[in-house]
Write a protein that binds this ligand. Structure first.
Ligand code: WTA
Length: 704
């Protein structure tokens, strides 16, 4: 299947969406009083007629070695170039300048998962020392230099931030792969990015037990080799200095413990390399509609300016705040709003190693109380989970949040209200931030001191970002019409990725082809950015995001491509065909269900189902573990042989399968339906009744 947005004839736009208008919540007065943005004149400064110069306000938050000549260069549209001619270093901006002004100020507070382990406070001065020493090691011991890519596969430890900042210091492009991804998934990303060095950790705690993580490095190196990329060095940070937490042997000449090597670089200083604003800071891989993951390539100047500006105004970060984002640094949220944005602003950022409900649902609130956290940031999945395990827990602890964020998935209004009333104790401003790996920073949100909140809606476009909803034919769907469509951004912004690493044609095809007015145009007005999300816009201009319109399943805020899941299932030799569909889940938003058919001569069995689960965990990671694997005699197909995912998605969700008479094999549907739904009912696993928007998503899933 092609990854061309043009082929995605998903018809969210034809679906009339009805929902109850929610009431506004005004920002709490105490919040407004101290907010970074409390003067409505800011909207004037970012009005469309000031574009693109309005974004110099964000760039001016940074320290530049040389100022830019051109704010936005569109000459090679849609490969936008921001702050052209400018020179800077991200590591300098996130570390050195604060270390110089305030060396003892805490930069990072690290909370290990085991409650008896000591919380670590790292000052800006200390962070600078660590970043310098590791940068020296990277350049001398690992031989890395400006422009090289390096893959990181690390858990939630401060060494991950140190590693990223050390790369940034040298102009080495880091590509951090989410620690929960499998060795094979990491290997694929090593190969795609052309990394010859892998940086990892021996182990980490998760849900109370030490995970062997180094074992994945061996798998990753082997997988990368299969794909033609040789890794000659694996640098291993150790979770506990001097102890090795993994069972796997150390490969002589390839594997090195950082703590054994770093001594050689004690006290060394590495001058931050003065880099072009348009050089690249990092790659962040994400899923698309084909199996090959997309490396979203982010710039230094535009990206850092954008995350710094949005962290200041939308997260309301002041230097003396204690800010805690519970996301994983292995996702874009962690890059932008745990590491780069907060540190660039010189605040204190909290990194927590483990799962939020370990050892119980009160853990986040104990951490918040102990550390004096006043800004909190998490996902709807964590909020749902914490509500389930301890709805009253927040009131047992004496913390006070002035501000809270939700990110990653649509949040149901009832869940939002629990977040507001219980977690926020009715005294915090909430922002529901809608954005993507590709966009670097927020696209849709309320400005917390100036715009009221509305549960379930992210709000309008953020400062300087102008969203629009188009129908399939490119007609604008007016606000207040009650109709949904494809949300796009009319203009470029500094946080937008530069390209898809090594696949520039895919960058154009996926994000710009669909609504481009003239492929030769150098005028940004002709290049609306296609987000891949369905949305509706209310009369007040607020957007409600409905979810993906492509073949992506959003599990607990993490994007999984159906093609990746299906390719993983197909690595099981007995499997003939595979299809992945979403099921609505009350905690995780969506979960994956797999349908597979077997080659002739093989029988369905629990062992066979287990093989499919194992294959998915091996190829992608535990996060993608399917809720069920259904082995069916045949898949419902069109006459041209395409598997009808919307039919099986409807079966899994107990939705009406619609008209199946045009299929090549309509007779198989009823058998599958009875088997799947009876089994689910027997297991007590029948879903609640779906809302109209959920139904629309399921019944159009994979529609091409
Ligand atoms: C979804 C995460 C509703 C959306 C930052 C988007 C959201 C995808 C929200 C990107 C939100 C993200 N409300 N949906 N506030 N935030 N999404 O790349 O479908 O991991 O396209 O970036 O998550 O996921 P990604």
């Amino acid at each position: 299947m092609s990854d061309n947005a043009e082929t995605q004839e998903v018809s969210e736009s034809q679906i009339a969406v009805h929902w109850r208008e929610e009431e506004y919540f005004p920002p709490p007065p105490a919040f407004v009083q101290q907010a970074n943005a409390s003067d409505p004149a800011i909207f004037e400064r970012f009005s469309e007629d000031k574009f693109p110069d309005c974004f110099t306000e964000y760039a001016e938050l940074l320290t530049w070695d040389k100022p830019w000549d051109t704010v936005l260069d569109t000459s090679n549209a849609p490969f936008w170039r921001w702050f052209v001619g400018g020179k800077l270093n991200a590591s300098y901006n996130c570390v050195d300048r604060h270390a110089a002004a305030n060396p003892d100020k805490t930069a990072i507070i690290w909370v290990p998962e085991l409650e008896d382990d000591e919380t670590l406070y790292i000052s800006y001065g200390e962070l600078l020392r660590q970043v310098n020493e590791f940068a020296a090691l990277l350049s001398d011991y690992a031989g890395l230099k400006r422009g090289d890519r390096v893959t990181l596969h690390m858990p939630m430890v401060p060494e991950l931030a140190v590693t990223m900042l050390a790369c940034a210091r040298l102009g080495v492009v880091h590509s951090q792969v989410f620690g929960g991804f499998s060795g094979n998934a990491c290997g694929t990303r090593i190969a795609d990015s052309g990394s010859r060095v892998l940086i990892t950790m021996d182990g980490y705690y998760r849900a109370g037990s030490m995970q062997d993580h180094k074992v994945k490095a061996d798998e990753a190196v082997a997988e990368a080799a299969r794909q033609g990329q040789h890794v000659d060095q694996v640098l291993i940070w150790r979770r506990r200095e001097g102890e090795y937490q993994s069972q796997t042997p150390i490969v002589d000449g390839r594997d090195f413990f950082v703590d054994e090597v770093i001594g050689k670089y004690a006290g060394q200083e590495v001058t931050p390399v003065s880099l072009n604003a348009t050089d690249s800071l990092f790659l962040m891989y994400t899923s698309g509609t084909t199996g090959r993951p997309k490396g979203a390539q982010h710039s230094i100047g535009g990206y850092l300016a954008y995350v710094t500006g949005t962290a200041k105004y939308y997260q309301d970060i002041h230097p003396d705040d204690v800010y805690w984002c519970l996301a994983d640094i292995g996702w874009i949220t962690g890059h932008s709003y745990i590491v780069y944005g907060p540190l660039s602003l010189g605040t204190t950022t909290v990194i927590y190693e483990g799962v939020p409900n370990y050892p119980d649902g009160g853990r986040p609130w104990r951490i918040a109380e102990k550390l004096g956290v006043n800004i909190f940031h998490t996902s709807p999945t964590s909020i749902r989970m914490l509500r389930k395990v301890g709805p009253e827990e927040p009131f047992k602890y004496h913390y006070h949040f002035k501000h809270m964020t939700t990110v990653g998935e649509p949040i149901e209004p009832e869940v939002w209200r629990w977040y507001y009333n219980f977690v926020g104790k009715s005294e915090a401003a909430i922002v529901d931030t809608w954005w993507q790996t590709e966009t670097g920073g927020f696209l849709g949100s309320t400005l917390p001191g100036l715009q009221p909140m509305k549960p379930g809606s992210c709000g309008p476009g953020v400062l300087g970002v102008y969203p629009v909803i188009y129908d399939e034919d490119g007609n604008e769907v007016p606000k207040g019409s009650g109709r949904a469509g494809n949300i796009c951004i009319r203009n470029p912004w500094p946080g937008i990725m530069q390209t898809v690493w090594g696949q520039p044609e895919r960058f154009i095809d996926v994000y710009y082809r669909k609504y481009n007015r003239d492929p030769n145009s150098k005028d940004w007005h002709d290049w609306p950015y296609f987000c891949g999300d369905g949305a509706v816009q209310a009369e007040d201009g607020y957007f409600r995001i409905l979810g993906r319109v492509d073949d992506v399943i959003n599990v607990a805020g993490h994007r999984l491509g159906t093609k990746e899941l299906e390719s993983a299932a197909l690595t099981v030799p007995e499997v003939a065909e595979a299809a992945a569909v979403p099921v609505i889940d009350d905690i995780r938003g969506r979960m994956v269900e797999m349908y597979v058919s077997l080659k002739p001569g093989y029988e369905a069995s629990p062992e066979m189902e287990g093989k499919v689960v194992t294959a998915i965990e091996t190829e992608i990671g535990k996060i993608a573990r399917p809720k069920n694997v259904w082995i069916v005699p045949d898949m419902p197909k069109t006459r041209s042989g395409k598997i009808m995912r919307r039919v099986i998605a409807s079966v899994s969700n107990f939705a009406d399968v619609g008209d199946v008479t045009t299929l090549a094999n309509p007779e198989v549907v009823e058998g599958i339906r009875q088997h799947v739904q009876r089994t689910k009912v027997a297991k007590g696993d029948a879903p609640r009744e779906l809302s109209e928007t959920e139904l629309a998503e399921i019944q159009a899933f994979g529609d091409v």
